[in-house]
Design a protein around this ligand. Structure first.
Ligand SMILES: [Ca+2]
Ligand SMILES: [Ca+2]
Length: 465
């Protein structure tokens, strides 16, 4: 008897689940939840007003959802600030193309990136650290930053594929039925190789920044793809080098935003010299975790401009342990990843409004950022809201005289030095503190184990009862 009542309730409620559009010949439209089987009743009740057609009142969703199979694991796309990056991508879908320079370990062959990679250059001067048989050249391919007998300075036994990971965060192809979705769109990636197994020399990194912005560097051909955004997910302790400061100043004068990760020491960089985050005119990025709270490893301080997702970020890599092999995916954590998200957001602001000056772009990103749970007294100004930034950019009028309120000024938190430094840490790519390589298979394995444990516990409890 109870089962029949349940079935009856189901049938009754089923009738009101659908929404329908009833269009009358008179032109009138009526919304109804009435089951189509009762349409005769409607027709009669409207006193002969003839129905032209009836159709389901379908619910449509905004664009920005993804058919990329790893998308559900990209919390920074799916769960962060009401999927702000996906919404921003929808807003700028018809915007201008923007070049983002990824100054990092170089690039590997990857179907999620190949079609958007342009130009590129290898700026590593030291032939041992270069691991490609020579110094600077036009091939930005990442041969791997693993440590071995020839380069004992590396702390990594395996290669990080850090540059490929950052590029994927910024702009991996979306809705192509493969892998992940990048945080940005309308982006071309200019890969510039500066980090080898032993990190990278400041002189090489600074030259890459200058060249990325369209400047000339002795011994290199001109750059056909000047970058509006330059991503530096790297750093090391020390004062801002004068040579680096000159390169950053030049990039800013050409209208480029230089995005720099704040580092992963869990320390205040107001009191600890950490570079190039302490250089004047860079845009410094800290990390937030999956709960949109300050990540426990992130550097912080008044000089940190903005925060972005940094924990467990899925992106493109290579499957090779040492040398490149096939394309792959894995998650990494760190302010390096956060910088990638800011570069994507900055690129989309430029895409929406290509006339804006770099100081305006930084200001828009900082101004539209959202508050987050801060463990320390001096967190960044907020965590990035890419959608709000893009909307704000739409109505902003280009202003060459506008100056972003940079917390690092001449004679401020740091001074410049003439020492050329080697930036080391984390296997060359400082900013990555964690490497949680998990294949889909591993997730499926964990799922099976959980299911098995659940069934077992259910059977055990059933036996007891
Ligand atoms: Ca080389
Ligand atoms: Ca994809």
């Amino acid at each position: 008897m109870e089962r029949w009542i349940f079935l009856l309730v189901c049938l009754c409620t089923q009738q009101v689940f659908g929404n329908f559009i009833v269009k009358y010949r008179s032109g009138r439209m009526q919304k109804t939840k009435i089951d189509p089987r009762q349409l005769n009743a409607i027709s009669i009740s409207t006193e002969g007003n003839e129905i032209e057609y009836v159709e389901e009142d379908r619910v449509l969703h905004r664009h920005g959802y993804s058919n990329d199979p790893l998308y559900s694991q990209q919390w920074a796309m799916v769960n962060y600030l009401n999927d702000t990056f996906s919404r921003a991508k929808s807003e700028v879908s018809s915007g201008a193309q923007v070049t983002v320079a990824v100054v990092d370990t170089g690039m590997t062959n990857h179907s999620e990136l190949n079609s958007i990679v342009v130009g590129g250059y290898d700026f590593i001067s030291d032939t041992t650290n270069a691991r490609d048989g020579g110094g600077r050249d036009s091939d930005a391919t990442d041969p791997g930053d693993y440590g071995d007998y020839s380069v004992a300075c590396s702390g990594n036994s395996s290669s990080s594929w850090h540059g490929t990971h950052i590029a994927g965060i910024i702009a991996a192809r979306s809705n192509n039925g493969v892998g992940v979705a990048g945080a940005g769109t309308n982006i071309r990636i200019l890969p510039l190789r500066v980090l080898g197994p032993c990190g990278g020399q400041t002189s090489d990194i600074a030259d890459a920044v200058r060249w990325a912005a369209g400047g000339s560097v002795s011994g290199t051909p001109s750059n056909s793809y000047p970058a509006k955004v330059i991503n530096l997910s790297l750093g090391g302790k020390g004062q801002c080098s004068r040579y680096m400061q000159e390169a950053v100043d030049y990039a800013n004068s050409r209208g480029s935003v230089v995005v720099v990760s704040a580092g992963n020491d869990g320390s205040s960089i107001d009191s600890m010299d950490y570079t190039p985050a302490n250089c004047r005119g860079v845009f410094r990025v800290g990390a937030v975790n999956t709960s949109v709270g300050e990540s426990n490893y992130t550097n912080y301080g008044k000089i940190v401009d903005i925060s972005a997702p940094g924990d467990i970020i899925y992106s493109t890599v290579n499957s090779g342990y040492n040398s490149p092999s096939g394309e792959s995916y894995k998650s990494m954590s760190g302010t390096s990843m956060s910088a990638g998200f800011i570069s994507a957001a900055a690129a989309m602001v430029f895409s929406e409004n290509p006339n804006l000056y770099s100081d305006q772009v930084k200001d828009i990103l900082a101004r539209t950022s959202q508050s987050f749970l801060c463990q320390n007294a001096n967190c960044s100004r907020g965590t990035v809201d890419a959608f709000e930034a893009v909307i704000e950019a739409r109505s902003e009028i280009a202003d060459a005289s506008f100056r972003y309120d940079d917390p690092v000024v001449v004679g401020g938190f740091s001074s410049v030095s003439t020492t050329v430094q080697t930036t080391k840490g984390g296997g060359g790519a400082c900013g990555t503190i964690e490497d949680r390589s998990r294949s889909q298979k591993n997730y499926f394995g964990s799922f099976l184990i959980l299911c098995f444990a659940f069934i077992l516990s259910t059977k055990l409890s059933m036996k007891r009862s």
